[in-house]
Design a protein around this ligand. Structure first.
Ligand code: GLU
Length: 508
């Protein structure tokens, strides 16, 4: 058996980060079994269609490095992979269900449906269209042959509903949740084909999973309540032999463990819940994304992989390849996974410090040009090399270390009060003079030697002068190795910044 799994999002808005995790688990499972990972776009609900959402989904998978093997872009043996282009296929299966007595026409208007719900509610019954209530409604089970024909011929709109059994246990062996048994009386007679002839999610999903030879349905737990109906449809359509296995993944929960992670949680807790920035076409409101927030794709993937899956030991850092080997559905947790953005930041830091200076320099060069500054590649790489252990996001290199490109505009006041003393200031002036006396290219080494010489001559300790020197050069109290910072700044810049600081801070 060749493993075939699918990620089947509906393009109704930006892909939620939980959706990215679902896609990732599908990808890992497929690759581990040398199987196929399929992207199917479930867009039969035209009323919820959002322009740009499909492209967003495809781009998100590409960014994570988990491209589908088959799908809307790649094509494949089971094309088309967009459900709106498969409309004709579904009708035939709805017909098969009708012919077998597993589905029926329902002619009820929305007023009649509301009345039914109110009536059942008042009677203290389950207010749904189901085995108990269907004979009180207007459908091809309750009406006579003639009435049915008349309704259809006179163009009364109808839907096709599934006929759920009255008294049966429906069983499903879920790879994450174990055996799940649901009694059929809790199910309702869901609409399979709408009055416009388009299938609902349930019919289209089951038909396509079957036709596309899907072997494992790996999806979010919010679909678990639909699974018994899907199992029922496999039986009704005579496909139980090839029914896929199910694995329902735990929900992503808010950091406080209360409630599902949602767009609102992102707004409330101030972190992204989407892979990319998303501009709502209706409101122009922009929801922040991981990518624009400076999260690296490798870090995001690693973070998501561990949200709900446990590798079995304490190892946390996994490349995508390592994940493919290590992943297993058996070690996916049943309990919801708490979304911990601090963990995401930690992963980012780990991956960022492993990035090459050249790759990081690309980010810095862009930030520089956005701020109207220029830099050469070599200097940008040196700056990144010095900064990468100290930041979580690439954009922080620019925001915390602008002093590599501009003299400090102000000096950290607290540090000035504590560390800028006359003797330090005098020593710095002497150091500037000493530096001026040489033509040699300033290096961390010779800068240090010269500083030591000056301090020795003046009988003043390094600890008294270094913080002041840092203040003069960067305006800050902390930062990367100071001698290396000087090497990047260059002799003339260092001299001029010392002089500038001595002048500006003289009044202290
Ligand atoms: N179209 C559904 C969604 O938007 C697919 C659920 C499934 O994977 O069956 O998530």
């Amino acid at each position: 058996m060749t493993v075939r799994v699918r990620f089947a999002p509906s393009p109704t808005g930006p892909l939620h980060i939980g959706g990215v995790r679902t896609a990732l688990y599908n990808y890992l499972f497929a690759k581990q079994h040398q199987g196929a990972f399929i992207l199917r776009i479930e867009d039969t609900d035209q009323t919820r269609f959002v322009p740009g959402a499909e492209e967003y989904i495809r781009e998100a998978l590409a960014w994570c490095g988990i491209p589908p093997d088959e799908g809307v872009e790649q094509g494949g043996e089971y094309t088309p992979y967009r459900q709106s282009e498969r409309k004709d296929i579904y009708q035939q299966y709805a017909q098969q269900l009708l012919d077998g007595g597993f589905a029926y026409y329902a002619f009820d208007t929305s007023d009649e449906l509301n009345e039914m719900r109110e009536r059942l509610q008042a009677e203290g019954k389950n207010p749904q269209y189901d085995a108990a209530s269907r004979m009180t409604m207007k459908n091809s089970l309750s009406l006579s042959e003639e009435e049915i024909k008349e309704h259809i011929n006179s163009g009364v709109p109808y839907v096709i509903r599934v006929r759920t059994p009255e008294d049966e246990d429906i069983q499903l062996a879920d790879l994450v949740r174990g055996n799940v048994t649901v009694h059929s009386s809790t199910l309702d007679d869901k609409v399979l084909l709408k009055s416009d002839g388009l299938p609902t999610y349930h019919l289209a999903n089951v038909v396509d999973d079957h036709l596309m030879k899907i072997t494992h349905v790996i999806r979010g737990e919010e679909w678990l309540p639909s699974a018994p109906l899907h199992v029922l449809l496999y039986h009704y359509l005579g496909w139980e032999e090839n029914m896929p296995e199910f694995a329902h993944l735990p929900l992503l929960m808010n950091p406080d463990g209360k409630g599902k992670l949602s767009k609102r949680s992102g707004d409330r807790f101030g972190f992204p819940v989407y892979p990319f920035d998303w501009e709502n076409p209706q409101s122009d409101e922009v929801s922040p994304g991981f990518r624009e927030g400076g999260y690296l794709p490798e870090a995001t993937v690693n973070f998501l992989a561990l949200l709900g899956w446990h590798p079995g030991d304490d190892e946390e850092l996994f490349s995508l390849e390592e994940l493919v080997t290590a992943f297993s559905l058996e070690r996916v947790n049943k309990a919801g996974a708490k979304f911990d953005i601090e963990k995401a930041k930690w992963f980012n830091q780990q991956y960022l410090k492993e990035m090459s200076d050249a790759a990081l320099a690309e980010h810095l060069l862009k930030d520089l040009s956005d701020n109207g500054l220029e830099s050469n590649q070599e200097k940008a790489e040196q700056v990144c090399g010095l900064m990468k252990e100290r930041v979580t996001f690439p954009q922080e290199i620019w925001s915390t270390a602008q002093y590599f490109y501009q003299p400090p505009k102000q000096y950290d006041e607290k540090m000035v009060r504590k560390k800028w003393k006359p003797e330090a200031s005098d020593a710095l002036l002497a150091y500037a003079e000493a530096l001026e006396g040489s033509e040699e290219k300033l290096s961390a080494e010779n800068a240090k030697q010269q500083l030591q010489q000056v301090l020795e001559d003046r009988q003043i300790g390094l600890g008294k002068v270094m913080p002041a020197l840092r203040l003069a050069l960067t305006g800050q109290g902390g930062g990367p190795d100071l001698m290396s910072t000087m090497e990047v700044l260059g002799r003339q810049e260092v001299i001029s910044r010392i002089r500038q600081a001595v002048m500006s801070l003289a009044v202290n």
